[in-house]
Design a protein around this ligand. Structure first.
Ligand SMILES: [Zn+2]
Ligand SMILES: [Zn+2]
Ligand SMILES: [Zn+2]
Length: 296
């Protein structure tokens, strides 16, 4: 399947081919897929650890010098994040900034983000790579002369909520939808949001927001229920339960025949790359951009 990251891009206009080469030069990662999206490129790599050069502070600096700024998906962010519970009350009043600096300094890790959910003794810490999060999860960490043991740590859970892009109900997708098409803006039937002239109404809760809004109470309720379910599952299984529940496999030691998934990855970006202009010899970068492996 591969692991995706979006790179926002703000430089002069470049083709996918050029982007691919620049990204390879900057990160030394052989990207398996690349295609243009709004404001940038979507990049796929074969292994989760290949995301590190995109997420680390140093990697981000190099990419930024060339106009690329990585926008990690919520899923990738979750993999880099730990939830530390039962934080000492003397530490809680400290700013996120000072916690971030302290954790980085005392544990030899790169901290990108610290968040303290209100009215809790929880601190969420996002590291620059999934491996750093895993390392801290298994060993615990130190801050302000206090040890935070591994049994008070949990991986952040990524919750995927399926929403249909035809009727905007939750729990199925547009390919299996049996409802009438609805407008994501006003909940009306038979037109799309781009042509909508009605006032905004969510088709799930009737609130004054669009159907895909993150602030929809229906959405929040569903997320909360899923989170509770995941937490209960995790209590009956060891730490990998979260990731296992949402994603079939994400070991960092690939034993399966990953070579096949690398060399026979499907095709989406290839036609685009080839339509821009015909590159002569770029197969050394792109493993799979030559769609001519169908001969016997
Ligand atoms: Zn539907
Ligand atoms: Zn409408
Ligand atoms: Zn709503």
């Amino acid at each position: 399947m591969g692991h995706q990251i979006k790179l926002a891009y703000s430089g002069e206009s470049i083709s996918c081919e050029v982007a691919l080469q620049r990204i390879f030069t900057l990160t030394e990662v052989a990207v398996t897929h690349l295609y243009k999206v709004h404001n940038g490129f979507k990049v796929t790599v074969a292994k989760p650890e290949q995301l590190t050069p995109f997420l680390s502070a140093e990697g981000q600096r190099k990419l930024a010098d060339n106009g690329f700024s990585p926008v990690p998906s919520p899923e990738t962010k979750a993999k880099c994040t730990i939830v530390a519970k039962k934080i000492d009350r003397t530490i809680l009043p400290r700013s996120c900034e000072s916690i971030s600096q302290e954790v980085a300094a005392k544990n030899g890790v790169t901290v990108l983000d610290v968040y303290k959910p209100p009215e809790s003794r929880i601190v969420k810490i996002r590291f620059s790579a999934p491996e750093e999060a895993q390392r801290i999860l298994s060993r615990g960490f130190m801050m302000f002369n206090t040890s935070v043991p591994s049994y008070n740590l949990e991986p952040e859970c990524y919750i995927h909520l399926e929403q249909c892009l035809n009727c905007y109900r939750y729990g199925h997708n547009k390919h299996t939808c049996s409802h009438i098409q609805r407008c994501s803006r006003c909940a009306g039937e038979g037109h799309f949001f781009a042509k909508c002239k009605e006032s905004i109404k969510c088709c799930n809760c009737e609130g004054s927001h669009v159907a895909v809004s993150g602030s929809c109470p229906t959405r929040k309720e569903l997320l909360k229920a899923k989170r509770t379910e995941l937490r209960e599952n995790r209590n009956t299984a060891p730490t990998y339960a979260t990731t296992a529940a949402t994603q079939p496999i994400q070991t960092s030691t690939p034993r399966r025949p990953t070579t096949s998934s690398r060399t026979t990855m499907p095709t989406p970006p290839n036609p685009r790359i080839h339509t821009e202009h015909k590159p002569e010899n770029t197969s050394h970068i792109t493993h799979n951009t030559t769609p001519k492996d169908s001969q016997p």
